[in-house]
Ligand binder design. Structure first.
Ligand code: KIV
Ligand code: ZN
Length: 547
């Protein structure tokens, strides 16, 4: 018996027996404080989501900034293979037009309209009545259906649905479906719901409009219940789930893609074949990429993608696991892309060997990108005894975070001793001009960052300001590569709205890795300034700051 046979209420454009996986890492996930990505980085994530074979990529909120518009447009242009590209828009003049402009080029455009419906949002945020909210929702859905035509996917979200009065919520959903919405989304915007209650709410919406529209859910994790609420919703007939890689998102984040998908897969009796399309072996590469580019580390005990998710420490567990892995593993590491690899890479390895190895690790790398990783891997094999899987993954990631450079390093020097100050000097090309500078600091990294500041300030009118610095060893051993993450803003930018960017550096020399990370961040800040939309950031703005 199929799930639908026991739950006759499902509808819209989702194939029977499946749940549409709607990934919002690039929209809601990117709204996490400090998770800002460049347009090029968003494109990298979108490519990985396509390899993961999600059904919908929500690429951004085009009205939020020219950077987000450009990122959505580029993702819409590039994404093929039946994957829809969604853009978010408020029910307000200007937003839907901008979103349609951005996704118009997509093979499968998916417009996502929203307006708040709870009394608390209507009274204090929007300052409009229920009737006005209903009217705006109806008006913009109707406009979208008229503009995009009969086959387009038009989704409507009632923001803060789980705290909206039931009768009004159902009235809104009925009105928007009548106006042409093909999907209605039920957001638990502030992560307030609990599974039994949320499942029942979804059931009522399915009963009311489920024959004419796909029912979707969007759960936040403020009480740690986002995955549980999402699964309860699926059992009540929801046929689209909105999720993010690593559960990234506003505040405590969104329901995590890897948890929801692997729950659907691991418990087929509960959810028969509902997430069959996802290439789950791409989960680990996707998780690493998002963590790397956003600079948000994954907690070791995070379900599915944490470093300890498949580690068995205690003797009893190890004994049972060795006798039969099923004693302590409910899914295999291979099923989520944690394959143990067999090839090793050394100085004499060829490009094809490297390509095969990277494929085993879940990365399809070719052409110029392969050449770059190959050159770096061979150089590393000179500097280090064993080039490990972790080293190769770090090299691939470093290349993915590459940025156009207007500030280039020509050389550096440091003198540092116990008890004394460090003195660092750098020579750079800054916007085409050669510049050398030196500075003192309380340590070698501090002195070199100061020297960079001295060199760039007279030419750019600002210098990077370090807001965060992290260093970790990529692998074990004294010749391990150091991977450095920095976050920086411009000295001329202050306050909550300041653009904050990440920079990464990778080297067996941690001073060099630090300098590299600082210069990547400086280049991103300069790129955002001079090139505008080309490398613009998808800045976060509050509702008040939005146009
Ligand atoms: O959390 C939320 O309510 C949202 C909507 C815009 C879907 O992100
Ligand atoms: Zn949300």
């Amino acid at each position: 018996m199929t799930f639908e046979a026991t739950h006759p209420r499902f509808g819209g454009g989702v194939a029977a027996g499946s749940v549409r996986i709607f990934d919002t890492t690039l929209r809601d996930g990117e709204q996490a404080p400090g998770a800002g990505l460049t347009a090029a980085e968003k494109l990298e994530v979108a490519r990985q989501l396509a390899r993961l074979k999600v059904d919908v990529i929500e690429a951004g909120f085009p009205a939020a900034s020219p950077g987000d518009f450009e990122a959505v447009r580029r993702i819409a242009q590039e994404t093929k293979g039946g994957i829809a590209v969604a853009a978010l828009a408020r029910c307000r003049d200007g937003d839907p037009q901008r979103a349609v402009e951005a996704i118009g080029v997509a093979e499968r455009p998916h417009l996502h309209l929203f307006i708040a419906t709870s009394d608390i949002h209507l009274k204090h945020k929007l300052r409009i009545s229920r009737e006005q909210a209903l009217e705006e929702a109806r008006r913009w859905v109707k406009w979208a259906r008229g503009t995009l035509g009969p086959d387009a996917e038009i989704e409507f979200s009632a923001e803060d649905a789980s705290r909206t009065e039931d009768a009004f919520l159902l009235q809104v959903y009925e009105a928007v479906v009548e106006a042409g919405a093909s999907t209605v989304n039920i957001p638990d915007t502030v992560g307030y719901a609990i599974p039994s209650e949320f499942g029942a709410l979804v059931g009522r919406v399915v009963d009311r409009v489920g024959r004419d529209a796909t029912i979707s859910v969007h759960c936040h994790n403020d009480l740690g219940l986002a995955t549980a609420n999402t699964l309860a919703a699926v059992q009540s007939g929801a046929r689209q789930v909105e999720v993010t890689i690593n559960g990234l998102g506003e505040r405590a984040g969104n329901a995590s893609l890897e948890e929801v998908v692997m729950a659907l897969r691991t418990r087929p009796a509960q959810f028969p074949e509902l997430a069959a399309g996802v290439a789950t072996e791409q989960i680990t590469p996707a998780s690493r990429l998002v963590s790397y580019l956003t600079g948000f580390a994954i907690q070791p005990n995070k379900a599915i993608v944490g470093a300890n998710a498949f580690a068995h420490e205690s003797g009893i567990h190890q004994d049972g696991f060795l006798k039969n892995p099923l004693t302590y593993e409910i899914m295999t590491p291979q099923s989520v892309g944690l394959a143990g690899s067999t090839l090793s890479i050394g100085k004499l390895s060829g490009r094809r060997g490297l390509q095969g190895k990277l494929r085993e690790l879940g990365h399809e790398v070719e052409g110029e990108a392969l050449d770059a990783v190959y050159r770096a891997a061979i150089a590393l094999a000179d500097a280090k005894k064993d080039v490990t899987d972790a080293d190769l993954l770090a090299l691939v990631e470093q290349r993915k975070a590459d940025v156009p450079r207007s500030i280039e390093l020509l050389g550096w020097n440091i003198s540092s001793s116990s008890g004394g100050h460090s003195v660092g000097s750098v020579s750079l090309i800054v916007a085409g001009e050669a510049k050398a500078a030196h500075a003192t600091g309380n340590g070698p990294v501090n002195a070199l960052f100061g020297a960079v500041d001295e060199a760039v300030r007279p030419i750019l009118g600002w210098h990077p300001v370090l807001t965060e610095y992290e260093i970790k060893a990529v692998s074990a051993g004294e010749d391990a590569q150091g991977q450095v993450l920095v976050r920086c803003r411009r000295s001329s930018d202050e306050g909550a709205g300041a653009l904050v960017v990440t920079g990464h550096g990778l080297s067996t020399n941690i001073i060099e890795a630090s300098l590299e990370a600082y210069l990547v961040a400086a280049n991103k800040l300069h790129g955002a300034e001079i090139n505008g939309i080309e490398v613009a950031f998808v800045g976060r703005r509050t509702a008040e700051e939005l146009p």
